[in-house]
Design a protein around this ligand. Structure first.
Ligand code: NDP
Length: 282
């Protein structure tokens, strides 16, 4: 089995981006900037934000953290986003979700300039993805595609099954796979014969949020399995797939942790550097 090592791949991407940003800095005199907004005290969000800031530093991207109290009003948050939209040193704006209760995250995401929407959540970005037009792609599914590319795994003409249909993972991932000419089936909580669907797949993408959901009998021999799930259990961090049971059956698989998670952050960096290049007309 080939281990699809997201941790190592993400580290290589950060290094490559660092070199690229160095060249861009010497030719333009400027560096890419990412604004990261964290409202409230959610501990998991704080960890994600810290990891993103650390990754930015490694890639030569200036990250500007905006930590707001849980008592922040909708007007204050919207005011900050408007200010960052106008700020020429900011090429990407990331609003860490979830926002505290009482704040309307959809309205905030709508306000982000689509040219700075490096998270790919703005309806314009989603529309561009759906139409196959250039634009920012949601980082987790785009990170999955980048990982497959790096391992030379081509989904064209293959049967892909995506388990999960969320707006941030399942749905955009299905569209990206379709764009790459896979034959795509999307499964969810109302799918009849889910195990049968998954068994027919050359590529399985699990984004369910349930520990060990994908078992050995659900996967065909030689399939490629990408586990997006991150579940905190008493046994530590586990994915949606039973890695140990699948290991001897599949052709390639991502581990959890160390698979899709680091690729999500790497993709955020890729999107931010791309946004910077576009701003410079490159
Ligand atoms: P959501 O909870 O938004 O979506 C889960 C999806 O799984 C839904 O479409 C749901 O179906 C489906 N589902 C739930 N239970 C079942 C079931 N028993 N049978 C079939 N389908 C089911 O989760 P997200 O998409 O946000 O995240 C999925 C997982 O990926 C989570 O573990 C999350 O932590 C992880 N994640 C990892 C990231 C990373 O960077 N690696 C980034 C984002 C998420 P229905 O729509 O019918 O309810």
């Amino acid at each position: 089995m080939i281990l699809l090592d997201g941790k190592a791949t993400a580290a290589a991407i950060r290094k490559e981006l660092g070199e690229k940003v160095g060249i861009l800095k010497s030719t333009t005199g400027k560096v890419p900037g990412l604004a990261v907004i964290l409202a409230g005290e959610d501990p998991a969000s704080a960890v994600y934000v810290r990891n993103k800031e650390r990754a930015c530093a490694e890639a030569g991207i200036v990250s500007k953290g905006y930590k707001l109290p849980a008592s922040t009003t909708q007007e204050e948050l919207e005011g900050l986003i408007r200010k960052l939209n106008e700020d020429d040193s900011v090429h990407g704006i990331l609003l860490q979700l979830p926002v505290p209760q009482g704040l309307d995250s959809d309205r905030c995401l709508d306000l982000i300039d689509p040219d700075k929407d490096v998270d790919g959540f703005h309806p314009v970005s989603v529309g561009r993805l759906t139409l196959g037009l250039p634009g920012f792609r949601s980082c987790t599914p785009a990170g999955v595609m980048t990982l497959l590319d790096r391992y030379g795994l081509d989904v064209s003409g293959k049967k892909a099954v995506v388990i999960g249909r969320s707006n941030i993972v399942g749905k955009p991932l299905a569209l990206m796979l379709l764009q790459r000419n896979a034959t795509v089936t999307v499964c969810h909580s109302r799918t009849a014969n889910l195990a049968e669907e998954v068994r027919s797949a050359d590529f399985v993408f699990a984004a369910v949020g349930r520990p060990l959901f994908v078992t050995r009998d659900m996967v065909k021999d030689g399939a490629v399995v990408v586990d997006v799930g991150i579940n905190r259990t008493d046994a530590g961090l586990v994915g949606d797939c039973d890695f140990k049971a699948l290991e001897s059956k599949v052709a390639a698989m991502t581990p959890v942790p160390g698979g899709v998670g680091p690729m999500t952050i790497a993709q955020l960096l890729i999107n931010t550097v791309r946004s910077f290049e576009m701003k410079q007309g490159l």
